[in-house]
Design a binder for this molecule. Structure first.
Ligand SMILES: Cc1cc2nc3c(=O)[nH]c(=O)nc-3n(C[C@H](O)[C@H](O)[C@H](O)COP(=O)(O)OP(=O)(O)OC[C@H]3O[C@@H](n4cnc5c(N)ncnc54)[C@H](O)[C@@H]3O)c2cc1C
Ligand code: FES
Length: 255
């Protein structure tokens, strides 16, 4: 079991969790973990925001049943696997433009810190109203913009938090390399279940072991977006059922 050492609410729907899991402390920027609250809970991927000797911290945005369970109930986690995925390539690029949407700021912060140490100039374009970790972001990035995504001068573009945003950046930056996280459901995250398949340059690749960072111009975003849509109805039912359980608990506590 992995105790949740701290759980801090940072907005209406987002929390920072500090989790004890010493095997994750060797993580590099851009890697993620799979966490599972109870034995029968769904395992979900979360980015590693920072590490300490005994574990790591992560940002959780509540979007459905599993993220709600984590913030509402979990005091400890049944399973934490990681660090997983390939680390982000930390190199000298020159000017780097980051595009974040919602929780996407969390994987971008450790990458930005590492790229800043290399002397790169960093611009952040945050594209959603929920600007989590804004204060920390403003300290790290040289420039922060909060408009509709529009092109800025850059040698490299980095994106996280939304497949739709990544797809739009491909049109916005036809000639600039873009490295983007793909948002895809994962199950085992060790390359066996094939749930996280992504078409890259027409070839199937695995987000959990080959990714989660891919060259955005080569990703078949339409295929990925339509596949992810397929789970919507089951996700809605799972969330409604869980909300009923929470409501019954609340009523029992009031009685
Ligand atoms: C490599 C990776 C790193 C991630 N890092 C973080 C992180 O640091 N913090 C964080 O809060 N979330 C992160 N996510 C997204 C997170 O895994 C999902 O939000 C979570 O699995 C949703 O589970 P749920 O049961 O609460 O919601 P579900 O019922 O599964 O989904 C509810 C809604 O959220 C959408 N959704 C589901 N999965 C994703 C996804 N992967 N990306 C975008 N939308 C999704 C669904 O389309 C649906 O509309 C990451 C995802 C990946 C692939
Ligand atoms: S999550 Fe199973 S192969 Fe990637």
């Amino acid at each position: 079991m992995h105790p949740i050492l701290e759980k801090v609410k940072i907005s209406q729907d987002a929390y920072l969790l500090k989790i004890q899991a010493s095997h994750v402390s060797r993580a590099e920027a851009g890697q993620f973990v799979m966490v599972q609250y109870k034995e029968l809970s769904e395992p979900i991927p979360l980015s590693i925001l920072s590490t300490f000797e005994d574990g790591f911290s992560t940002l959780v945005k509540v979007v459905g049943r599993s993220t709600l369970e984590l913030v509402e109930e979990a005091q400890e986690l049944f399973y934490v696997a990681g660090p997983l995925g390939k680390a982000f390539p930390i190199e000298v690029y020159g000017k780097v433009a980051f595009y974040s949407h919602s929780w996407g700021i969390a994987p971008l912060i450790p990458i930005a810190k590492a790229l800043k140490d290399k002397g790169n100039y960093l611009t952040l374009c945050h594209t959603s109203e929920d600007f989590y970790l804004e204060e920390e972001a403003r300290e790290i990035f040289h420039e922060v913009l909060q408009d509709e995504p529009k092109p800025v001068e850059a040698n490299l573009v980095v994106c996280a938090g939304s497949n739709q945003l990544a797809k739009s950046l491909v049109n916005l930056y036809p000639n600039t390399p873009i490295i983007s996280m793909v948002n895809v459901h994962m199950l085992d995250a060790v390359g066996l279940c094939l749930v996280c398949r992504v078409l890259v340059d027409g070839e199937p690749m695995l987000a959990c072991s080959d990714g989660p960072w891919f060259p955005a111009h080569k990703v078949d975003w339409d295929n990925l977006i339509s596949r992810e849509e397929a789970y919507k109805e089951q996700e809605r039912i799972a969330l409604e059922e869980y909300k009923k359980i929470l409501r019954r608990k609340e009523l029992r506590n009031q009685a």
